[in-house]
Design a binder for this molecule. Structure first.
Ligand SMILES: C[S@@+](CC[C@H](N)C(=O)[O-])C[C@H]1O[C@@H](n2cnc3c(N)ncnc32)[C@H](O)[C@@H]1O
Length: 505
């Protein structure tokens, strides 16, 4: 990517919007997108890494005929056969048009007369990026704004170094993809894997806006979705396309939907964390950088489900990479398993969820060992109720913190840690110490509700200790995305300065 260093597209193009007018394709396309001031003089050009013109699908409030290419006519809508897990969504009618070389580019952002920012919310474009990550390739079906945001945060860059070191590590992968009895293919460890180790780093072949999936489904426009995705696959390098087409297929009459239906992953993690609230926060943070997205990761898609997983997914938005991190030590020959469902669901709900979304009946050891009776005294039942309790504690802690009861939040977090240690949840320690540090800092700065006496120096020392532990945990866990470690370091620095200032008073 050649981005002019004098001008960076800010992560939130929306916030930048008042200074921009429109986001247009320059006449020198292919490969160039410009930001133009009012008088239409190009002030900046960016060499874009993706194919140009992007293929776009616009959603308008009143639809006329729909077609996916400038020359072809529309095909009749097909019966919905996509994953039933997308919630229904109030939306306007959809009409689809394909951009042609001569048509103007869809506005990512334009200024209305009132000076307010209006964004082309209902336009989804296909951007294909053949050279992504050493030629693995990536097709994005997102709004132009999200594409610009991804570009702005450097997610599409192949440098700098952290990614390269993980690619090197990837060459000595500690797993193989092989046949697993009763489950098709699966991922099996080929050497010992330590607790908290990143055992796989996978990049998406497809990243698709959740809204695009929902709306094409809701509006009975599955044929448009399939054509857009099919084209996205066609624009990928041959080896990546083959890997995707060879993935296991779910039910449905259409190959594309059958592949997407069981293999797409949300980017908020796999929800296997005991504290699904954390995953939710991560997802919200992700959405601040644009619409929600789902990704198709050809290797991660081979990982089977267990209600008692030994690994979890962690998405790095800055590197667009999905990491698989082990919850506990894994032995050679053991299958790597993640959870497709939130772990705090009762078994019957988990089973329904798996049936609906992935069309299978789970026969993992927890399901076979566990009855719905919580009084069943097996290790599996105990683990289940411990995880349920962890989840409840985390939610209560978040409420306490948001309502200003920082001391209570700290006490709840201490309880949480006792249970989490028994469950071997080391990969969550960075998050844990981070929230603990924040709670101590707030206690030091804001005190307790009702004017209860607080030892602010002690609280500040607590914040400093926990902030240091958060940095340590993130450094130890490592990631292709140094963002978490950097955030933790910045927080530590802030606490350190506050403490020094207080000492100086
Ligand atoms: C995302 S794919 C996982 C990889 C897949 N086994 C393959 O061969 O590519 C999900 C599918 O794997 C199978 N599967 C995953 N976990 C399973 C489990 N615990 N029990 C039975 N089948 C499972 C189901 O057919 C499910 O729809």
């Amino acid at each position: 990517t050649v981005l002019n260093s004098n001008f960076t597209i800010h992560p939130s193009l929306r916030q930048q919007c008042p200074n921009l007018t429109s986001f247009q394709r320059s006449s020198t396309c292919p490969g160039l997108l410009g930001i133009f001031p009012d008088n239409n003089t190009a002030i900046q050009h960016f060499n874009l890494p993706w194919s140009c013109p992007p293929k776009c699908l616009s959603i308008r409030s009143s639809s006329a005929s729909s077609s996916l290419s400038t020359s072809s006519s529309s095909s009749s809508s097909s019966p919905a056969s996509f994953s039933p897990s997308y919630p229904s969504y109030a939306a306007s009618d959809i009409s689809a048009t394909m951009s042609s070389a001569s048509s103007s580019l869809f506005l990512g952002c334009s200024l209305t007369h009132a000076g307010k920012c209006s964004t082309a919310e209902n336009v989804f474009c296909l951007f294909s990026f053949q050279n992504f990550r050493n030629g693995q390739g990536l097709s994005l079906i997102v709004s132009p704004t999200t594409a610009a945001n991804l570009l702005g945060i450097g997610a599409l860059d192949d440098d700098p170094a952290p990614w390269a070191s993980h690619v090197r590590k990837q060459r000595e992968t500690p797993y193989q993809i092989t046949d697993v009895k009763g489950k098709g293919k699966g991922v099996v460890a080929t050497r010992s894997i330590k607790q908290g180790e990143i055992l796989m780093v996978d990049v998406p072949a497809l990243l698709i806006s959740e809204e695009f999936l929902r709306e094409t489904e809701r509006e009975g426009k599955g044929h448009l979705r399939r054509r857009m995705v099919k084209r996205g696959l066609e624009q990928l390098p041959e080896s990546t396309r083959r890997k995707v087409l060879e993935l296991q297929k779910g039910s449905g009459s259409y190959e594309i939907d059958a592949i997407l239906g069981i293999n797409l992953k949300g980017l908020g993690g796999d929800r296997s964390e005991t504290d699904s609230a954390l995953a939710l926060l991560e997802e919200q943070e992700l959405q601040e950088h644009g619409e929600g997205m789902m990704g198709l990761f050809a290797e991660v898609a081979r990982i089977n489900h267990s209600c008692r997983p030994n690994a979890r997914l962690r998405f790095s938005k800055n590197r667009l990479a999905m990491e698989v991190v082990s919850y506990r030590p894994i032995f050679p020959g053991e299958e790597i398993l993640i959870s497709y469902t939130p772990l705090n669901l009762p078994p019957s709900d988990r089973h329904n969820f798996l049936q609906q979304t992935h069309h299978f009946t789970c026969h993992c050891p927890l399901c076979t060992a566990l009855s719905d009776d919580p009084s069943a005294n097996t290790p599996a039942a105990e683990s289940h109720s411990r995880r349920q309790h962890l989840n409840e504690l985390w939610t209560t802690m978040l409420h306490a913190k948001s309502e200003g009861f920082y001391q209570d939040a700290i006490n709840i977090l201490k309880d949480w840690l006792d249970f989490a240690e028994v469950e071997g949840l080391l990969p969550l320690m960075g998050e844990y110490h981070g929230v603990m540090a924040e709670s101590y800092l707030m206690l030091a700065e804001r005190g307790s509700p009702g004017g209860k006496e607080v030892d602010r120096d002690l609280a500040l020392r607590g914040a400093l200790r926990e902030a240091r532990m958060a940095v340590d945990a993130w450094v130890r866990l490592g990631s292709v995305d140094g963002g978490k470690t950097e955030d933790a370091r910045a927080f530590l620095e802030k606490v350190f300065k506050l403490k020094e200032r207080r000492k100086g008073r």
